[in-house]
Design a protein around this ligand. Structure first.
Ligand SMILES: C[S@@+](CC[C@H](N)C(=O)[O-])C[C@H]1O[C@@H](n2cnc3c(N)ncnc32)[C@H](O)[C@@H]1O
Length: 176
């Protein structure tokens, strides 16, 4: 798999797959692994793959954490997590994906100099993401970036239309 592609990109929770199709078209020599559990979204991406004759996307239709735990180390160049479910109620915060333990397993499957793009439109989740990344500083450096030039997904566009800010983090894995 790794040998025949210029790079390997993982998108987690692709929703309807608009960003996945964008990434696949922009990076024709890359392999895009796209993970989503929402069946209707998977159908939308399959439709886009057929309509745009995309041949560099593989879909994983289950919990991404299972996938990552079963992959070899050092395979992804880039990971995208756009608008992960915010679980806004305090009692549900423990269900949030972006946690120290998850970031640790993500670091293992990233190649040296690999990056993770995480974007959320929930102020409170953004604060928590920043804390979780800071708690994982042995594995990642990070900066907050603007979305200029990035593809804007349906969820991000809704936030913009409602006047909410989007908080985007770019993590770089630290490996020798
Ligand atoms: C709020 S939506 C954002 C969708 C898309 N990224 C966008 O910005 O339009 C979050 C998506 O993540 C998916 N998701 C949540 N947990 C997941 C997991 N553990 N593995 C794969 N997908 C997951 C959900 O099914 C949902 O479609």
């Amino acid at each position: 798999m790794a040998e025949s592609h210029e790079k390997i990109i993982l998108e987690i929770g692709f929703g309807n797959g608009e960003n996945t199709s964008f990434l696949a078209a922009k990076n024709p020599n890359a392999l895009i692994i796209a993970s989503e559990v929402y069946l209707s979204g998977i159908g939308s991406l399959l439709n886009s793959i057929a309509q745009n004759s995309l041949n560099n996307i593989k879909i994983y239709d289950d919990d991404v954490r299972e996938l990552i735990l079963n992959l070899p180390k050092n395979i992804f160049d880039e990971v995208y997590i756009i608008c992960p479910d915010p679980w806004p109620k305090a009692r549900h915060h423990k269900r949030r994906l972006i946690k120290h333990d998850f970031l640790k397993i993500l670091a293992k499957v990233l190649k040296k100099d690999g990056t993770v793009y995480i974007s959320t439109d929930w102020e409170n989740y953004a604060e928590s993401i920043e804390e979780e990344i800071a708690n994982t500083k042995e594995h990642f450096s990070f900066q907050q970036i603007s979305n200029d030039g990035m593809f804007i997904t349906r969820f991000q566009q809704r936030a913009i239309n409602e006047g909410r800010s989007i908080h985007t983090f770019l993590l770089k894995v630290l490996k020798k």
